[in-house]
Design a protein around this ligand. Sequence first.
Ligand code: CP
Ligand code: NVA
Length: 311
Amino acid sequence: MTQPPRHFLDIAPLSRTDVRAILDEAHRRKGARAGWPKAKLDEDAPLAGHALAMIFQKNSTRTRVSFDIGMRQLGGASIVMSAADMQLGRGETVEDTARVLSRMVDCVMIRANNHQDVVDFAAASAVPVVNGLTDFSHPCQILADLMTIEERLGAVEGKTIAWIGDGNNVCASFVQAAEKLKFRLKIATPAAYPPKSQELAAARGAGADVTASNDARTAAAGADVIVTDTWVSMGDFDKDARMAAFPPFAVNDDVMAAANRDAIFLHCLPAHRGEEVTDAVMDGPRSAVWDEAENRIHAQKAVLLWCLGKI
Ligand code: CP
Ligand code: NVA
């Protein structure tokens, strides 16, 4: 009997062992190609002969380039498509699109407006599907974040991560990861933009140490990592209300001073300098945002290998 495809739609359904194996593979492959030209093949070229299709319903810089270059490093090929240019944009169903692409490529990455579309696509797909960001979550991003934390500070287990800003898609993936990797998560958001309550309840039910408040400095106190994101995500249409609610959650030198002395700063990017983060923090000595962006390549290569049964 053929095995069902291994989709990577969220962190929650993965076992702790799988999350750890993906991160370990990412660290190992990054170390093995240090200093190499960006498109040089990894020595074992484990995805030679394989193709990845990417579908974007929303803008992207890091996700599209990191998957594309990552696939090349693994020896495979990739195709990047805008959903608007596909027949999807004219009403072909996600299920029929999945059935067709399953005959043409070995893996599909989707960035979608509605998380349910990715779930429906995966249900109809005979090949693995990767969530490249939805309104609900951004699991690829937080793997790169966790990898960056481990590079800078050692094992993430037992560390305290403070999420300051919007209780959004990236925040939801941190909540899901807290129990898997046993870190403490302190979230601070405006009252009107809290983290997703179902995710919080599920994480706490599984034993995760996740707290939520409405005070940035309380969250930052004693943190090893300060992480934030834009106040207005793609698909948010209440910009004025958000711009009024979020200023007390800007990450500046005062917030960083409340954290541990060696604390690092992360941001998935793109950043809105002068809004959620100051230039001084973004460009300061504790910022790890450029490593974080690069690590999208290494983390996603490991995700692709996991999806395709190579780890
Ligand atoms: N962080 C992130 O996913 O960036 P892009 O939107 O540029 O892909
Ligand atoms: N929360 C942001 C992340 C962008 C990478 C958004 O969804 O737009």
